[in-house]
Design a protein around this ligand. Sequence first.
Ligand SMILES: [Zn+2]
Length: 478
Amino acid sequence: MKLKYIAGGFLLFLMLSAGCRPGPASLTGRHRKEPAGPKEFALVHVNVISMVPGQEPVPDATVIIKDGKIVSLNGPVPEQAMVIDGRGKWLIPGLIDMHVHIPVDGHFNTNHPTRVAAIFTNTQDIMTPFVANGVTTVFELISKAGHFGQRNEILRGDVIGPRMALAAMINGGDGSGRIASTPSDGRQSVRLAKAEGYEFIKVYSQLDTETFKAIIDEADKQGMKVVGHIPTAFKGKTEEAFAAPFGMVAHADEFVRQTNEFTEAEAKRFAEMAKKSGTWVTPTLTCMVWIARQARSLDDVKSLPGLQYVHPLLQSKWLTANQYNRNKTPERIAYHEKVVDWNMMMVTALKDAGVPVVAGTDAGTSGVIWGYSLHDEIELLVKAGMTPREALASATRLPAAWLGIDSLTGTVEAGKYADLVLLDANPLDDINNTRKISGVFVNGRWLDKSRIEAMLADLSKRNTASKGKWEWSKRGEY
Ligand SMILES: [Zn+2]
């Protein structure tokens, strides 16, 4: 508890020193250290997909970047700028993953009070897959004190990583963590989370209906948006969960759990409910696809190209203690497959009803790899009926708006932070082209393809070399 208060206090210091800015200061704050390498860039002859509503792609443009910000579009090229040739390439805003779970330092077994962590993660290694994939902002939905530390490492410029939005989770039931079983406990949990420095609240499945409503109401009073699951207790009276400002539902399948009727009529009914209450949805399509795949077999996980960049202890967990594969039955596999189809139908219903859909992956779930999975999600959104432009908006401009940082990131415009992805081909022609990354600007720091490849190769080499040291079955010894 005490550590968290210290973290909160430090955060407050950062917020004060950053002055009055729109959006949470810790999300938008500039790196305190000057970024390594050049500070001024001219990206020339590039095709810009700004993602500003109604704006067509701008061909053969010049984008000037200075001190971490976009200075101008088609303005003069400063003499000292490093020139990057964008001929034949496409520039899009940095990508945003609205549902991630990032590992932090931790322990499985502690034998005295000061031995808090026994497994230490290298923050750069955790963040490299994000930045290598053009992900420049993430939303962590089960935030811990360790995430504040990671965010500070990034803000200081010690680690190249995405902006991090942090949500504090509140659940009901009798588990551990922030548990609230009465409305007054729910309100107090929200106020404590705010005092600890969190910007957002995540609600979870076991909350009772009255506590859930109290949390939503208190979060609104505290100026905190709420994201999360629809508690099971609302089954049969789902509309009650949407009576107050429920900011965002964290999975498309949250809706089907409220009914178990996999019909289009139900999808439409839920979409209307969300529309009426102004609730947005993160469908996390890729997560359910991977759960269904792993229920059938672990072969696809084993052959994932991104697996080599996952911490070896997690690789061991995913392959030797996989909860989706271990508990498989033909019925369960069939159920997962039905949910995959339902989720796609739900996205169509949400789109038709005019509910904003944002891209989130649940990265950190087995098979769902940080950074790589966001491209899978964007592809699935197109398969579910979105246009490539709509799918891109769901991973750039829209999530920035939901997080309250859209005046600073989410589009390619002068005055915004230089969170940018340079692609070798047009993603509006084929959405899979978001994977053809030529380079990434992370808060104004330029990573070209060779730099990205070197970072990944180094990470893979070290992970592979230390594989023997990490076995999930022996975690109690760490
Ligand atoms: Zn999640």
